[in-house]
Design a protein around this ligand. Structure first.
Ligand SMILES: Cc1ncc(COP(=O)(O)O)c(C=O)c1O
Length: 409
């Protein structure tokens, strides 16, 4: 039998596996290995991948250890335990002043990535228009496209503070009548944060043109200017919004795979139906560790936020000194800059060209984004206290030495 005939069109059909694809992160990794081979004595500064570099708080790990030994926690958790939903509701109320009914308006998920893949199954029919901002996290757009959605992307640009231009956006929804609009604030990769006016307008449009807002709030805890704003803060927002919260970034629990979805009861119920049919829920011991994190790790969260805020400021200073205009992002742990036309005499027509230059010449890893003009993302999750860099200051010194003084040390 020719297995090539078995593959679905959405993954390339008979061509699956035959077409050579080069993924962005593979290119970055190849360039990194190349640099290490040529410069074995030089330490790589890794500001590439955006995932927390430290462990969760010890008390979270201890809770997991203890709870994993309880017999009653072994069972299929299915759509979760009410105690976790209650802890999520307490966190939303305490940190953001949001009121949600834990029984009907909150549902845990096995990480928000999984929820982003499940949500289209509940809302998208073939031919429906789905709007997503770009650059952005690609999971929901990809799955929606697999389901036959017409994907429309809306650019996020610095001149609009990385929010969609609302005049254009209103025309777009009037014309295309989307079923679902995916937003992500605080935004990966741009670091942009949303305002009250922005969400008020979005909620108004959602009611007027009947679309669902899916708001990915994976970075809700990292807002450095103003405060975190959600469509759920807006009157009438709950009825038209599903918002996703993650424990991955806030509590360094990315491997634990735990988050939750919050929004109108009917919307959460639809998500829960798909979830119930596609996963069996997160291990109850992990949900218990999550309850502990949400209820009892405020200091850990504050320290984490403080660390990223400090790093954003220092790295922005160094980039400015190096002639790369940068300002600390108002949210997330990413610094996002426009690629200069040339750097150190090298023309950088694309973000990929600039990223290649920074890796090959300075052993500095960043992530290029081309979707709304060439930009580079620097993640503040670089590791210190390891064999390469004993402290943050050592990283900053190395970064300054390389980018400002053109010295590889
Ligand atoms: C914007 C955004 N949404 C969702 C996720 C997925 O997070 P989780 O670990 O909750 O699946 C990420 C992870 O990088 C992200 O950047």
């Amino acid at each position: 039998m020719d297995v090539q005939k078995l593959f679905a069109d959405r993954i390339g059909g008979e061509q699956f596996g035959k077409v050579k694809q080069t993924f962005k992160f593979t290119l970055i990794n190849n360039a990194k290995q190349d640099f290490i081979a040529k410069n074995p004595a030089v330490k790589v500064i890794d500001m590439g991948v955006g995932e927390p570099e430290e462990t969760p708080d010890r008390s979270i790990m201890e809770t997991l250890f203890e709870e994993s030994q309880r017999k009653e926690n072994r069972i299929y958790p299915c759509n979760g335990i009410l105690e976790f939903q209650e802890a999520a509701a307490r966190y939303l109320a305490r940190d953001f002043g949001l009121t949600l009914d834990p029984k009907t308006e909150i549902m845990h998920c096995v990480g928000t990535k999984t929820a982003l893949a499940q949500i289209p199954l509940a809302f998208v029919n073939p031919g429906d228009a789905v709007i997503a901002t770009a650059p952005g996290y690609p999971v929901l757009p990809r799955v929606a496209e697999w389901l036959g959605a017409r994907m429309i992307s809306v650019p996020l640009e610095s001149r609009h503070n990385f929010l969609p231009n609302m005049d254009d956006f209103e025309q777009l929804v009037k014309r295309e009548r989307p079923k679902l609009v995916l937003l992500n604030y605080p935004n990966n990769p741009t670091g942009g944060v949303a305002t009250q006016e922005f969400f008020a307008h979005m909620v108004e449009l959602a009611h007027q043109y009947s679309f669902l807002i899916v708001q990915d709030a994976a970075y809700a805890d990292f807002v450095f200017e103003g405060k975190f704003i959600s469509p759920l803060h807006i009157e009438g927002g709950k009825e038209v919004t599903l918002e996703l919260y993650s424990l991955s970034k806030s509590y360094n629990m990315q491997g634990y795979r735990l988050g939750f979805v919050a929004g109108g009861a009917a919307l959460v119920k639809a998500f829960a139906l798909i979830k119930d049919n596609t996963d069996n829920g997160q291990f109850i011991a992990i949900q218990k560790a999550g309850i502990h994190a949400l209820d009892g790790c405020e200091k850990f969260l504050r320290d984490n936020k403080e660390k990223y805020g400090r790093r954003l400021k220092r790295v922005a200073e160094i980039l400015n000194k190096a002639g790369i205009p940068a300002r600390p992002s108002p949210g997330t742990f990413y610094l996002y800059v426009d690629v200069p036309k040339e750097f150190r005499g090298v023309q950088c027509a694309t973000a990929q060209a600039m990223a290649d230059l920074l890796i090959s010449r300075y052993g500095l890893i960043t992530v290029p984004w081309e979707e709304a003009g060439p930009c580079l993302r620097f993640s503040m999750t670089f590791e210190v206290g390891n064999k390469d860099f004993a402290s943050e200051d050592e990283v900053f010194q190395a970064l300054e030495g390389r980018l400002v003084h053109d010295r590889l040390s």
